[in-house]
Ligand binder design. Structure first.
Ligand code: ADA
Length: 565
């Protein structure tokens, strides 16, 4: 399943999820034709779920046979392969892609009718070629971890639609941009029309040169539209139709919402009203499925998050499966989505692959998730070297890149550099990862006041402020009246003290608890050795989603039942 709604009525889309043949491979000694596939693995899935591959790090080949009835062009859409993919169609390489957390596609021009072989090589190993997937405080699983689909296309099709709602002079307008791709060998003339909420719109005629993408854009008035908000998450289907020579060629359906996000006077506004994020940081992780979270489990996560009283989620530390974003759209859960990077030192940011891998994940994240009304913040580079002049140049470049792709959402990054932070002036919102009560014995309220001062003194004056991470370890089931470190009691105390401080400070525009659920981490050396059980145990629920004592503390504050001080 790729989305929570039907994306096409005309274009034929076949979901390729199911059981695929699989074999681990040695990349240095590989002949595709001679592979034998000893395993059958579920797609989506992570190979670590197989009893013989529990800690396998390396490469693997997945195989699936597909049949098409008549000669047609094909587009394979991979929502996520972890972390480097090479895709072969009938033995020919058709695409390579890096990063587990964004989608990519591959076109096969004019495939003959009959049976074809699709092979996906997935590699989750670490090394210099991978600047963003490194040994870390979450787990880089291996495999095809999100859905795969096959689309049958003519030589002209709608690649994507970008919809931007605009609130102006007391009414809604919408900017519609359609990207039409011509994979043929001749220029093609087309006509585009749209339908939204019973209103028909004509984008007029366009021309796409051979092998190019042409963009048609228009602004329409939707004064009757109802606003999207957490209380009333109204969604509209936006149906695009592509015609050539007066005949239907292709279609694409998107789901959009009308809402505006702004920052003013040190606060964040949704549709003009100040909002405060009451949220959690969430990793895509579960002991039985790895990072390939199925819809049922996403719904459980969304239910628990809402039950705790949260109104928001931070997709730490990578773009999420779009199905989860669809759920957030439907339920009115506000989303801070961020690119993929956690805790990179300046030396790691100097990796020659860092720049293009970030540029790519930023572009894919924004373009692919542009239409989700739930996403209200884009963020980059969690806890990287934003305290250095060289790091600052990289932050600047990436924030500028995202702003050029989407000027409608505020930008931020989560910093742990306290008074040494050098990049607050580059963002719209200042965000702090601080762990009072866990990594130090500071008082959360005093530290939060200090943080406001650090922000004000270094480019963040007048900008809204978010406490983007705080919390402490609590090992599920480890209860003890002594309330010592690691007990559920101590974790609940830490969460309580932090929430009490932040919910009572009017200059705090949001708080995201670290973290929603416990998660597996890389079995490593150095600081990773501090992770008992090879997991980060700061979840409010454990890896199986069983609530810890802190759960009710969160409810008290986020549901507004607790006394503030
Ligand atoms: C950091 C980081 C998280 C997690 C957390 C912790 O702030 O952003 O990914 O590692 O610390 O548990 O220490």
């Amino acid at each position: 399943m790729t989305r929570l709604f039907q994306t096409n009525e005309l274009r034929k889309v076949t979901l390729l999820d199911g059981m695929w043949d699989f074999t681990p491979i040695d990349t240095n000694d590989m002949n595709l034709g001679q592979l034998s596939y000893a395993y059958k693995l579920a797609v989506p899935g992570c190979w670590e779920m197989h009893p013989e591959l529990l800690t396998y790090r390396g490469s693997g080949a997945y195989r699936k046979r597909v049949t098409i009835k008549e000669k047609t062009s094909l587009r394979f859409v991979f929502k996520g392969v972890s972390h480097t993919a090479k895709v072969y169609f009938d033995g020919k390489l058709i695409i390579e892609h890096y990063n587990a957390y964004t989608a990519f596609d591959a076109i096969v021009d004019e495939a003959e009718a009959g049976e074809h072989e699709l092979i996906v090589l997935a590699d989750n190993s670490f090394g210099e070629f991978s600047a963003l997937h490194i040994p870390n405080d979450y787990y880089t699983y291996g495999g095809i971890n999100r859905s795969v689909s096959m689309e049958e296309l003519k030589s002209l099709f709608i690649e994507r639609i970008a919809f931007t709602p605009v609130w102006e002079n007391g009414g809604w307008r919408g900017i519609v941009q359609a990207y039409v791709r011509n994979i043929g060998v001749e220029e093609q003339v087309y006509r585009l029309s749209f339908e939204l909420g019973g209103k028909l719109m004509d984008l007029g005629e366009g021309r796409a040169a051979a092998g190019s993408i042409s963009v048609s854009e228009a602004t329409f008035d939707f004064s009757e539209a109802e606003a999207w908000s957490p209380e009333n998450p109204v969604l509209y289907m936006l149906k695009a139709r592509l015609l050539a020579d007066d005949a239907d060629v292709d279609d694409l359906i998107e789901r959009v919402g009308f809402r505006a996000v702004t920052t003013k006077d040190g606060k964040i506004q949704l549709n003009g009203q100040d909002i405060v994020f009451k949220g959690v940081n969430r990793h895509e992780d579960h002991p039985m499925v790895g990072s390939a979270i199925p819809l049922q489990l996403m719904a459980v996560d969304a239910d628990l998050i809402t039950d705790m009283g949260c109104n928001s989620v931070r997709t730490s530390h990578y773009p999420n499966d779009e199905l989860f974003l669809d759920l957030c759209d439907e339920r009115g859960i506000l989303v801070w989505e961020e690119n993929h990077a956690r805790g990179l030192s300046l030396e790691q940011m100097r990796n020659p692959n860092f720049r293009w891998q970030c540029e790519q994940v930023n572009r894919e994240m924004v373009e692919q998730h542009f239409n989700h009304p739930s996403i209200v913040i884009w963020a980059i580079l969690n806890e990287c070297a934003s305290d250095t002049a060289e790091g600052r140049e990289m932050y600047k470049e990436q924030l500028e890149q995202i702003r050029a792709l989407d000027a409608s959402r505020p930008l931020t990054f989560a910093s742990h550099h306290r008074a040494k932070e050098l990049c607050f002036d580059l963002a719209d919102i200042v965000s702090f990862n601080l762990y009072p009560g866990w990594y130090g014995d500071e008082d959360p309220g005093e530290l939060c006041d200090l943080a406001r001062g650090w922000a004000d003194a270094s480019g963040g004056l007048g900008k809204p402020m978010i406490m983007s991470e705080f919390g402490g370890d609590g090992y599920y089931g480890h209860r003890d009246p002594s309330r010592v470190r690691g007990t559920e009691e101590r974790q609940a105390d830490i969460i309580e003290a932090n929430l009490s401080a932040y919910t009572s400070r009017p200059f705090v525009s949001g708080m995201f608890i670290w973290q929603y659920c416990d998660c597996r981490v890389t079995e490593g050396t150095d600081w990773l050795l501090t992770r008992a059980g090879t997991q980060n145990s700061k979840g409010i629920v454990d890896r199986y989603r069983r609530p810890k004592l802190a759960y009710t503390a969160v409810q008290r504050y986020f549901k507004g039942e607790a006394k503030q001080n």
